[in-house]
Design a protein around this ligand. Structure first.
Ligand SMILES: *Cc1c(COP(=O)(O)O)cnc(C)c1O
Ligand SMILES: [Zn+2]
Length: 421
């Protein structure tokens, strides 16, 4: 290999240099970024990483950017927190949450992939960038493009959650609402990227974009003290994140930075859009596309680009995939908030509910070190909780009114009681 990294076909192995391209022109399989690990070995060390900035760019020696690239978006390095109370609820004893509900700047893990994609868009000389999005990607592209002074075309399904629409428009992005599902939106994006000079982060820049997801894996390992967990539970839309966390772990093993250990990968989907989970359960190599129908809009990709690879990663590592109903998603959102003080969006409800089921079914043992990935913030999907809580009537600003309120609550057996002082 002459360069430090280059595109390589996942199936036939053909190399294609460094250019805005995502499909092999030989066999039409997806391209991925391959690193010269011998070169990385001298630069990606525990010590070098620890001296890097407190964001995802501390791992830049294994990200596809040139040595003189100056990062503009300090995304990532989100908390990895023990989750003892959620653990008690689901029958776990060694459960951690990787909390990308607080990933900066737009409160989902998509900030990581966009940071890498836009760095490459600029390197390739694009002044216009775009994406097809189920919501979070739209937010991340809009925010970071604003900061970099790039023009945007952001395509989303027309009926997306209002908060995700607003969180795109506020950055001055050009939002294109498309009458159709994400899969229609994505097809249109490919046609635009073919015809016009535009860096579509998840189309012609997809191999670079996908590498950004590795930083979730690098962080998990570093935050565990350069150890790998036994299991990770990951939500799946296109199936990229789960495969890239695995790639991150494999690279760390190859560099000798962590012990060689097979981490089991568990995938989470909503039943209303579960093409990857279905393939895993059926033991099928083939992903049968579905028409999405779920409140977990950010995971609603019926024809997942990396579905085959996600299913393979799960099967090869001895993991499993599960899917959960919309009702289970909402109660898992509430359970996570009530036990750990983390308010996640519907995708996190999927992951939490699936995690609970994996313990319940004995797929994960209580003492195994397990990390569950919360990937987005609950403030973006508050619609799913409409009607979940009744509005207490307002009281007058008087102690007597307050005491009456407490009495009513106690009578309604809300478990509220006040001790006098
Ligand atoms: C996009 C997204 C995912 C899944 O990402 P893929 O890499 O497409 O599988 C998970 N969670 C949230 C909140 C997302 O926005
Ligand atoms: Zn090929």
């Amino acid at each position: 290999m002459t360069t430090v990294y280059e595109l390589r076909c996942r199936e036939c192995g053909k190399t294609c240099g460094v250019q805005p391209l995502s499909i092999c022109d030989e066999c039409f399989s997806p391209l991925e970024v391959a690193f010269d690990l011998e070169y990385a070995r001298t630069r990606f060390t525990r010590e070098a990483v620890s001296q890097g900035p407190l964001n995802m760019w501390r791992y830049r020696a294994l990200l596809p950017v040139s040595d003189d690239y100056v990062p503009r978006t300090p995304a990532g390095f989100t908390p990895l927190v023990p989750a003892p109370q959620l653990a008690a609820h689901v029958g776990a004893r060694n459960l951690y949450i990787k909390n990308d509900a607080v990933c900066m700047p737009t409160l989902s893990f998509k900030d990581r992939v966009v940071a890498v994609a836009l760095a490459n868009a600029q390197a390739f000389g694009f002044d216009t960038v775009g994406c097809s999005s189920t919501g979070n990607l739209a937010n991340a592209v809009a925010a970071q493009a604003a900061r970099l002074g790039l023009k945007t075309f952001i395509l989303v399904p027309a009926d997306l959650e209002p908060a995700k629409i607003l969180n795109t428009q506020v950055y001055g992005a050009t939002l294109v609402r498309v009458d159709g599902s994400y899969d229609h939106v994505n097809r249109l994006s490919s046609q635009i990227a073919d015809r016009y000079s535009c860096g579509f982060v998840n189309v012609n820049l997809r191999p670079y974009y996908a590498e950004g997801s590795k930083t979730v894996g690098f962080e998990i390992a570093e935050q565990l003290g350069w150890r790998l967990p036994d299991n990770v539970v990951v939500p799946m839309a296109g199936g990229s994140l789960i495969t890239k966390i695995r790639k991150a772990f494999d690279e760390l093993i190859a560099l000798g930075i962590v012990e060689n250990k097979e981490v089991r990968f568990f995938g989470a989907q909503a039943t209303g859009c579960s093409p990857i989970a279905t393939a895993v359960k059926n033991g099928s190599e083939f992903i049968e596309p579905q028409r999405p129908n779920t409140i977990a809009r950010s995971l609603a990709i019926g024809n997942p680009a990396d579905g085959v690879y996600a299913a393979r990663a799960i099967r090869k590592t001895g993991g499993w995939a599960e899917d959960v109903s919309d009702v289970e998603i909402v109660s898992a959102i509430q359970e996570l908030a009530e036990t750990e003080g983390i308010f996640t969006e519907t995708a996190g409800g999927v992951t939490t509910a699936v995690t609970a089921r994996l313990y319940a079914h004995g797929r994960i043992q209580p003492d195994e070190l397990t990390v569950t990935c919360i990937t987005g913030n609950g403030l973006k999907t508050t619609d799913c909780l409409n009607g979940a809580y009744e509005q207490n009537k307002a009281i007058r600003p008087r102690l007597a009114d307050f005491e009456e309120f407490v009495e009513e609550q106690t009578a309604a057996s809300q478990g509220l009681s006040l001790a006098g002082r």
